[in-house]
Every structure is written in C-alpha cells, then in structure tokens.
Design a protein around this ligand. Structure first.
Ligand SMILES: NCc1[nH]cc(CCC(=O)O)c1CC(=O)O
Ligand SMILES: [Mg+2]
Length: 331
C-alpha cells in the first residue's frame, strides 16, 4: 500500500538537520526586513520609548549611524517616522510641507552619508504633524475630510521626494490618494520614486506604542474608524488593493501583521504583486512582554514570526526587530 503509512512517513525528511534544511520551503534573509525608525530633534539624543522596550527615538546624527549599521547588516530599507516638536504641530499639519522638517533633514543626512546603500521609505499621513493626531484634515464636525486631505498629502509626498525619499508610503487610508500622488510624482519628474501603499490598513488596537513613539497618543481624541478598515472585513481589503494598484501603487502593504496573515495570503493569491506587511508596535510589545515574563525565547519567537510572514506570501516585513533579526540571520 504505497502513498500511505508505513511506506509514507513524513518524519523521514525531518530526521536530521541537513534534511530539514534541504526540504525547507521558505527562507528568511536580512533582505526581507524593513526597519521602522523614529527621529527626533537635537544632537546626540537617544530617547527610549517605554512602551516599546528596546526601541528609541534618535536625533538625525545618531540615526545616520543606525542606518549605517542596518546597511552593514544587509537590511535594504528604513521606514522613517518623525516626532515633530509640539509647537510645530497644527490644525492643518502644515509642517508636513516644510522642506526643512525633521523628516527631510533625516533623509538628506542619511543620503549624504550612505548614498544608495540603503533605501529610504517615508510615511505619508498627517498624524505626526497635526495637533489632533488624526491622519488628515478635520471638517466642522470632526470628520476627517478626504479630498482636502489628499491635496496636503500630495504636497507632503513631493516634499519627501525632493528631500530624497525612494519609496513614498501613504498610510492615511484616504480614497484616491495613490493616483493623485502618482500623477504629481510623474509631473515633477520623480518617475522612479516608488509608491508602497498601506492599502489594507485596519483600525487596530495594536498601534498604541507607535502613538507614544510619535507622541500622538495624548492628542488623539476618538479613533480612526472612519478611514482605517474594520477588522471584520476581507473582501473590502481586496477592493482597497485593487484600487491602489489601478492608481499606480508599485507594492501594497497589509497592516497590522500577524493577526492579518489571512489577508496577506488572499491579496497575494489574487493579485500576484509584491505584498509587504507591518509587524506593528503592539505586536513587537507583545513579544517583548512575553520575553520579560519568562514566557518566550526572544530569538526563536522573532525568527518564527518573521518566517510566518514570508510563508504567507510577503516579499518583506516592516519590523522593529529588524536589526536583531538580521544579526541572528548572519550567524
Ligand atoms: N499614519 C499613522 C501610522 N503609521 C504607522 C502606524 C502604526 C505603526 C505601528 O503601530 O507600529 C500608524 C498609527 C496609526 O494609524 O494610528
Ligand atoms: Mg484605499
């Protein structure tokens, strides 16, 4: 009786390390990692973020050194997030358009020191620049305005592209912004600046520590449910992705990560385009809390979770564990 036990024993292939290596379907390498980093004002400044143990905000000068270490480890790309000074946050997020804002200074400094050794991905959304912590402009009734916000996001994207961004990553979830940003990039000659759309971004409880990192937690009233997606929905994620691809996104993102691997898989199977996922701040904090409680082995958990993203169909993962994981992978 072939094809059944005892002729077929799947444990045969698992019996030795060399055989397991030979049968492995998915590999994780440092090239799969995008490292999100937080930049703050000053010189020689490192500010640890208590809800993200092991993660700090860095001033531009120190961030350049971190970028160099990441490049040396084979990490291909950084995702930059600014901690805008409180007095530069306003109703309309105008600081996002300032060519000398923190984000632009960080871009220029890293580019000057490292050239094209590492890619620079910039978040497009107004939350680090508004005094209300929402990703867009507020209407009279507090509703986040779609079309008016897009105009600012286009300006923000061009501002970042002029400062040297390689990948524009809109995380705001306004309808139609990808097409508007692509048009503007083409018009200004930024034909090779990519767009990685946060296409399926959910209104999630996993973003808390990030809001500490960019100091929006205290500013934000209410939630982001009128623009970020309902965690109950899958079909809608496919429509979001389809529209963003039609509007010119080069790659798409699903966010958060691990609880949404089913979405990654469906997007990948449906569209066969590069899909990225963001293992967000709350996911990082959960792993670190488990480690601190003695409930988990950090190294094993980091590598297993990141491998799971690859297995689900991701081309890469944004993770705060990127440097740690890259070091483990180099061993
Ligand atoms: N545009 C906001 C933005 N960009 C990335 C994250 C979250 C990332 C993380 O939690 O690590 C958020 C938070 C939010 O939508 O409130
Ligand atoms: Mg959309």
């Amino acid at each position: 009786m072939t094809g059944a036990y005892p002729h077929t024993r799947l444990r045969r292939a698992r019996a030795t390390a060399w055989s397991r290596a030979m049968h492995r379907e998915t590999v994780l390498t440092p090239a799969d990692l995008i490292w999100p980093v937080f930049v703050t004002e000053g010189e020689g400044v490192e500010q640890p973020i208590s809800s993200l143990p092991g993660v700090s905000r860095w001033s531009v000068d120190l961030l350049v050194e971190r970028a160099r270490e990441a490049a040396d480890l084979g990490i291909p790309c950084l995702a930059l997030f600014p901690d805008t000074q409180p007095e530069r946050r306003s109703d309309d997020g105008a600081e996002a358009l300032n060519p000398d804002n923190l984000m632009c200074r960080a871009l220029r400094a890293i580019r000057t020191e490292l050239g094209d050794r590492i890619g620079l991905l910039t978040d497009v959304a107004l939350d680090p620049y508004t005094n209300h912590g929402q990703d867009g402009l507020l209407g009279e009734d507090g509703y986040v305005l779609n079309d008016e916000t897009i105009e600012v996001l286009v300006g923000q994207s061009l501002n970042q592209a002029r400062a040297g961004a390689d990948i524009i990553a809109p995380s705001d979830m306004m309808d139609g912004r990808i097409g508007a940003i692509r048009d503007a990039l083409e018009d200004e000659g930024f034909v090779n600046v990519q767009i990685m759309s946060y296409a399926a971004k959910y209104a999630s409880a996993f973003y808390g520590p990030f809001r500490d990192a960019v100091n929006t937690r205290g500013l934000l009233k209410g939630d982001k449910k009128t623009y970020q997606m309902d965690p109950a929905n899958t079909e809608e994620a496919l429509r979001e992705v389809e529209l963003d691809l039609a509007e010119g996104a080069d790659s798409v993102m699903v966010k958060p990560g691990l609880p949404y691997l089913d979405i990654v898989r469906r997007v990948k199977e449906t569209f066969e385009v590069p899909v990225f996922a963001y293992q967000v701040s709350g996911e990082y904090a959960m792993i670190e809390a488990a480690v601190a409680a003695g409930a988990a082995d950090r190294d094993a958990m980091v590598l297993e979770t990141l491998l799971a993203f690859k297995r689900a169909g991701c081309s890469g993962v944004l993770t705060y564990h990127a440097v740690h994981a890259a070091r483990l992978l180099q061993k």
